[in-house]
Design a protein around this ligand. Structure first.
Ligand code: XMP
Length: 518
């Protein structure tokens, strides 16, 4: 039975968004680079294809081309922007450079009643320099805008459609309806990609992969490793050994919380390895952010190797890799992006460790991971918690990472988050479209300044508070927190945390800053 959509990636910055929207419609889909072998794509047994946009012009030499097998399948196709132009070119129409470029919001009128565009007018997001000038035989024009006479086209008898605009972006308010019309009505797919079905199919897949072999999992307390481990535990129970490495770089009381959730709420036996002393020892004298990441990564592997040896070298290792990582690393132009920080998670393993990987989240987006987590009974506060960097507080404790300084930071951070929580700003589960603090935390600065407490001069360190709103963590705005909340947090931090006499608030966005300070 056909249950999926194949998305062909022609290099658009929005390709992942197409996939996320289709998944929002509870239909499974996968992204393939446009030159993927047809046999590989056919393994998915798709019910239809979506062709993404892309930066090229179809008439340029060496431009990415439409693989011929797509039209030969006779299945429905939706081309978006460059994808529409590829269809026009392949089927005998004509594409040329637009005389007037069209970037940003545009109004379109539906010119012909059709299954894809069900409203008379709508606002859409355009971003193109080329356009379809001549329709291919058998096609009719479905919509028009001031600058783009053929803003959408279709041949309903063959189920082939093209839109010049981007239905996948939020700026096209009714875009999801358009994708729904294609995926559900035109391709005939049912919304059956639900958390319960995802769990059932993952459990079956894990059992098939692992058989009766033993599996090791290292949890960090983050959403991904917890959901991955819970899925594997559900699939194979006592064949799984779960290890939680306490690096000492976690937030206040976090290590205890992780253990409680895994053991009590989820019934997963966990072996905790308290390696904090050896992490602090390895970090002694190190100030450079990248060096901290490298030392922590190496230390983690060392501890992990010891644990694996203790267990008689299990065959499989659970990894919480998610689909966004898989897509990023398979796309050459994206992986060439300049490295600002090495965001490797603690747990990136060296090649000589011969494990086979179990990656139950490999095809899930972050929001799907969270929904699966909820359906598995993982508590809300863990499922919806803010991202926390793999190297933990080490990259929020600027300067040398010592036990004493991390404790100072933990206390300040806990106060800030408590104040946010009391003000109802640490929303756990966001409503769709509602603004939400993406991340909020304290940073300890190795900057000492003069203060006065009672009649005493103080000369102590500084805490910076950071809170940002962000959709994708690639860009972020500093959060306009209420002054009285900031004042309360600052006052409490200076009074309750020994060694701090000054608190500042970070009002830079990303770019030019980054979210974390290191
Ligand atoms: P930046 O600071 O680059 O952070 O704006 C973007 C997002 O990535 C997180 N981050 C990390 N996550 N390992 C991680 O797993 C890291 O080394 C790391 N550094 C930053 C950061 O918290 C934010 O969500």
């Amino acid at each position: 039975m056909k249950t999926a959509i194949a998305i062909l990636d022609f290099g658009s910055q929005y390709t992942q968004l197409i996939a996320r929207r289709v998944r929002e419609l509870q239909v499974y889909c996968e992204i393939f680079p446009w030159h993927t072998r047809p046999e590989k794509i056919n393994e998915l047994n798709p019910a239809g294809f979506i062709l993404s946009g892309g930066p090229s012009s179809v008439y340029e030499e060496n431009a990415p081309a439409l693989p011929p097998f797509i039209l030969q399948t006779g299945l429905p196709v939706l081309g978006i922007c460059y994808g529409m132009q590829l269809l026009a070119q392949a089927l005998g129409g004509k594409v040329c450079a637009s005389t007037k470029k069209e970037y940003g919001l545009a109004e379109i009128e539906t010119t012909n009643p059709n299954a894809l565009l069900t409203t008379a007018h709508q606002s859409v997001w355009m971003s193109h320099g080329d356009q379809v000038e001549l329709l291919p035989p058998g096609f009719s024009r479905l919509a028009t805008s001031t600058n783009t006479p053929i803003a959408a086209m279709g041949d309903p008898a063959r189920g082939i459609y093209g839109v010049q605009f981007h239905p996948e972006v939020h700026h096209t308010p009714r875009g999801l309806e358009i994708l729904h019309a294609f995926v559900n009505d035109i391709c005939g797919l049912k919304p059956d990609w639900t958390p319960q079905n995802i769990i059932a199919s993952s459990v079956a897949r894990i059992r098939r992969q692992v058989g009766s072999a033993s599996v090791l999992s290292a949890v960090s307390g983050g959403v991904d490793s917890t959901v991955a481990t819970t899925l594997v535990h559900r699939a194979i129970g006592s064949q799984l050994r779960t290890v939680f490495v306490n690096t000492g770089m976690l937030r206040l009381n976090e290590a205890e919380q992780v253990e409680t959730v895994l053991k009590r709420h989820l019934g997963i036996p966990v072996v905790t390895v308290d390696a904090s002393n050896s992490f602090f020892a390895a970090l002694k004298g190190i100030n450079d952010p990248e060096e901290k990441r490298r030392v922590i990564g190496a230390k983690f592997i060392e501890v992990f190797e010891q644990e694996a040896a203790r267990d008689g070298k299990p065959t499989f290792l659970v990894q919480g890799t998610i689909y966004a990582d898989v897509v990023e690393s398979s796309s050459p132009e994206r992986s060439q992006a300049q490295r600002i920080k090495s965001h490797h998670n603690v747990g990136g393993l060296p090649e000589n460790m011969k494990f086979e990987l179990v990656e139950p989240l490999r095809y899930l987006f972050k929001d799907e991971v969270r929904r699966v987590g909820e359906a598995l009974g993982i508590p809300q506060q863990l499922v919806w918690r803010q991202p926390f960097p793999g190297p933990g507080l080490a990259v929020r404790c600027l300067g040398e990472v010592t036990h004493e300084r991390v404790q100072r930071l933990q206390l300040a951070d806990a106060i800030f988050r408590e104040e946010l929580e009391n003000a109802g700003l640490l929303i756990q589960k966001p409503e769709p479209g509602s603004p939400r603090l993406a991340q909020a935390f304290a940073v300890l600065l190795p900057v000492r300044s003069v203060g006065v407490m009672g009649d005493q001069r103080t000369y102590q360190e500084t805490v910076a508070l950071r809170a940002v709103n962000s959709e994708d963590f690639m860009t972020a705005d500093w959060a306009h927190l209420p002054y009285d909340l900031l004042g309360r947090a600052a006052n409490r931090i200076v009074n309750e945390v020994p060694g701090i006499n000054r608190v500042v608030y970070d009002v830079t966005s990303k770019p030019p800053s980054t979210i974390e300070w290191e």
